[in-house]
Design a protein around this ligand. Sequence first.
Ligand code: C2E
Ligand code: CA
Ligand code: CA
Length: 663
Amino acid sequence: MAGLISRLRRLRHSDQAVAAHVRETLTQSLYASPQSLVIGAMTSSVIVVVVAVISDRAAMLACALAILVVAGIRIVDALRLFPLLSKDRASCFGGKRQELLYRFGALAYSGLLGTFGFLTLIGTDDGDLQLLAVTTAVGYAAGIAGRNAGRPWIALSQLCLAAVPLALGLFLTFEPLKAVLALVILFFVVAMMDITLQTYGVILRATVASTEKTALAEHHAAVARRDDLTGVANRTAFRERYEAQLEALIWSEESERQGLAIYWLDLDKFKEINDSFGHLAGNALLSGIARRLDEAFGIDGIVARLGGDEFAVVCAIRDKEEAIGIGRRILDLVESPVHHDARHLNVSASIGIAIAPADGTDADTLLKNADLALYRAKDSGRGVMRFYEPVMDEKIERARDLAAEIQGALGRGEFYLVFQPIFNLNGGGVQSCEALLRWNNRRYGQVSPGEFIPIAEGNGFIVQIGGWVIQEACRTASQWPNGVTIAVNLSPIQLRSANLRAVIVNALAASGLAAERLELEVTESVLLEDIDGSLGALQAINLLHVQTTLDDFGTGYSSLSYLSKFPFQTLKIDRSFIADLDQSSASVAIVQAVIDLAAKLGMRTIAEGVETAAQLAQLRRTQCDAVQGYWLSRPIPASMVTTMLAGETPNTGCRASPGASPS
Ligand code: C2E
Ligand code: CA
Ligand code: CA
């Protein structure tokens, strides 16, 4: 008994300490099995009505009526709430208010049952009626102790309210046997209280463990769907939420919001911030931008980091005007500086936009289209947004396919070189050949260098491919007579690459070609981008005794100051001037001036793109040193070069006779 009292005391404290969500689960357990409540309420109501009617006593009839009303209310309440629990809509459950309501009904019902038993015991002498009333109340009390143990105060109160009036009624009959039964009922109450408390302990522990497990699982699930660095949704979560929003959009009958826009962002030159200020600065920038986007669009839409410096924002929109406004806002948010380590970090973003349902109705199509739009945005310069347009598909997709294909092209042996002879106008013969790269792709066939070289420069593969060109060109030229040199085009990216020197040295060593027989052609644009870097690289090349040629002279800014500043041995006049030689006296004057200046600076000159006899004749008059062009020879395979150099006449696809002095 003392144990029971101390457990009751503890219960008062421990029940208050139970976390709200655990208490909510326990309260829900009261409604978990409406059948038992309905059966209990119906059977006991039927019995009390029968007993009251037979006894024909007003008090008992009134009590039976009250029991019927309360039973009815409780049945309706239980049946109303059960579907909410079973359909996982527990959030609609009323919590504390509901517990109060249940408690009120339960206590009223138990109290009325106990009172009815009491009235039967003191108001009638009919042993059968007394038996019915007592067993109904005791049976109810026994059942309730187990059923409602999740909310022990309710169960204990019900137990007492149903059973104690019976004991009192039995004592008041002043019959010895009934007094014994009254004592038994009181012992029974004490025993049932003990059982209720023990059952409660077990239920509580199980509920706490289960809710903790659920909370942990939810926490893990949330972490797995969040981007570690920025805290916004990651790619997986983005995909799920985007698909769900699309589905809602497609299925919604008539919505004020008519479209769902996805903004695919890529930060411009983010890599440079990372390289110049370090990863921590890069991370701070990504986090800062993610936070801003999330604050602006995360509540109604989706903000996600798709990896690296790519983000996605999804927003419901009414029309294109609104979509443009959101795009501008995103650009502004990205462009305002992020403070880190006493520095202002600035970037801009390129944005590709696709709008559902106009640009697609499934996530794959929309993402692909947003990506195509992004590709075009990046192509148009920095800080630009572009909407998806169907015509983008074909051209951009070819460029992207080629970018993917180029990665394995070297390994598959799809590249080869052709050589275009360069003729000396003084001696007449072939002084050199320019190595020109060709790509025969397994899917696209012949792809022109004008198309694939910018792609290879874009993804950096040009360094590897260019290395192969140098090696292959040296190997081929090593088979030619000593007087013939080989010219190889260098991409700006190759010129800046750290391993250029090693590539050249290895190619020369492997082929046995003398360094003086290798000429590297670079275009003017390279020099403009990075004057000091280019100068250093060119000097390093010259130190190896390898020659350098300024290619396409006249196409860029054509600053004559380059000519004295940079160590070029040869200057190649761009074919646009040569094409005009026939018609324009201005072009003649320019070419003449360039050739004279080059001669004064000790440089040789080559005119490229010679297509007619008249151009050739004019170049002779202007004292150009060498010529190259379709009039003399198209680019030809190595085997034909060998034939040509041996003094035979191969079919070079040109009208002039290249073997002899071009005239
Ligand atoms: P480029 O260095 O100016 O090369 C000369 C281009 O003019 C070649 O085009 C050649 O076939 C073409 N050509 C030669 N004679 C004539 C002519 O009389 N008339 C006309 N209209 N064109 C003529 P190709 O082979 O298509 O190469 C285009 C460009 O691709 C080259 O221009 C060069 O910038 C680049 N390239 C080619 N091979 C390589 C390489 O191995 N590495 C790098 N980095 N770039 C290369
Ligand atoms: Ca060239
Ligand atoms: Ca050229």
